[in-house]
Design a protein around this ligand. Structure first.
Ligand SMILES: NC(=O)c1ccc[n+]([C@@H]2O[C@H](COP(=O)([O-])OP(=O)(O)OC[C@H]3O[C@@H](n4cnc5c(N)ncnc54)[C@H](OP(=O)(O)O)[C@@H]3O)[C@@H](O)[C@H]2O)c1
Length: 271
């Protein structure tokens, strides 16, 4: 029988934290040992699973936290910084999706990976991870074909193209030995002229309640390859983070990503 993984969630009252809590209730792989919020949070001290359950309450910080095998963090740079210190001190694996971290925290994460296992991802969808791998392969195998990336999101999204679209473009650029700084084309209007050979084009759709759609087109003459991913539910990110937590707990120190997780699963099924 697989041992139960003792899990702590950092940022437990947030959108991602709540999505993870919703999944973990029925997931027998995990025991939730700590649900961390910010100091001064309105959730601090409240029961995590509603008034009927008094077994676990939201708590701020890491003082007197019970032993854990892995911390899953979706908080913010400050929250991640505190969780990282705790994980290093107690040799606990860390899964983090927090974005917008500065160079100093980047350096601390890199340094910490010499002592603990850390898995980071800007997008925890397993499907997007596979799409990225497929695109890398297609871009390298068809080096002369044109490459365009289209993404669609709900109308409230403020940035464009999405971070995931950029990461896809980056993966394709890497496998062709170039960079987005050199070859990306982010907008076309008026008379932009003929397509420049080797460029990587981006197109953006916004509207409705679209959770997130990404398509990479690899366009040849008389044929094309279309690689698409459609997210229909935000819980995919929470699901991916939990898969990562189950996989990471007990691993040796180092920096891991979703692709390592996929390869690990693949190796297991082909063994
Ligand atoms: N990689 C991915 O797939 C992915 C997906 C979605 C989001 N994200 C990233 O994950 C992070 C959180 O996103 P979200 O949408 O869940 O944000 P959110 O709804 O604003 O939630 C943030 C959570 O962090 C808590 N928090 C704030 N400061 C803290 C601290 N110092 N210590 C501990 N907890 C603290 C907040 O607690 P209180 O408000 O109760 O104080 C809240 O529970 C962001 O960086 C976001 O960009 C990544």
């Amino acid at each position: 029988m697989t041992p139960i993984t003792r899990l702590a969630i950092n940022g437990a009252s947030g959108r991602m934290g709540r999505a993870i809590l919703a999944l973990i209730r029925d997931d027998r792989r995990f025991e939730l040992v700590r649900a961390v919020v910010s100091a001064g949070s309105e959730h601090d001290g409240m029961p995590v699973f509603g008034e009927l359950s008094t077994s676990l309450r939201y708590a701020h910080g890491w003082d007197a936290a019970p032993a854990a095998d892995v911390v899953v963090d979706f908080s913010g740079p400050e929250g991640l910084s505190a969780a990282l210190a705790y994980c290093v001190e107690h040799r606990i694996a860390l899964v983090t999706g927090t974005t917008g971290i500065d160079a100093a925290l980047e350096a601390r994460l890199k340094d910490a990976a010499q002592r603990i296992a850390i898995l980071r991802a800007a997008n925890f969808s397993l499907g997007v991870a596979v799409l990225t791998r497929l695109l890398r392969e297609a871009a390298a195998a068809l080096p002369d074909w044109d490459l365009e990336i289209i993404e669609a999101h709900h109308g409230r999204k403020e940035d464009a193209p999405s971070g995931t679209a950029l990461a896809l473009g980056q993966a394709a650029a890497d496998s062709r030995g170039t960079t987005l700084a050199k070859d990306a084309v982010y907008a076309r209007e008026g008379r932009p002229g003929a397509r420049r050979h080797g460029s990587i084009g981006f197109a953006v759709v916004r509207g409705g309640d679209v959770v997130g759609e990404h398509t990479a087109l690899v366009l040849g003459h008389g044929e094309r390859v279309e690689l698409s991913h459609r997210a229909t539910d935000r819980s995919i990110f929470a699901r991916g983070a939990l898969e990562a937590a189950a996989w990471l707990a007990g691993r040796k120190p180092g920096v891991y990503n979703i692709d390592d997780l996929l390869q690990g699963r693949q190796a297991k099924t082909t063994a």
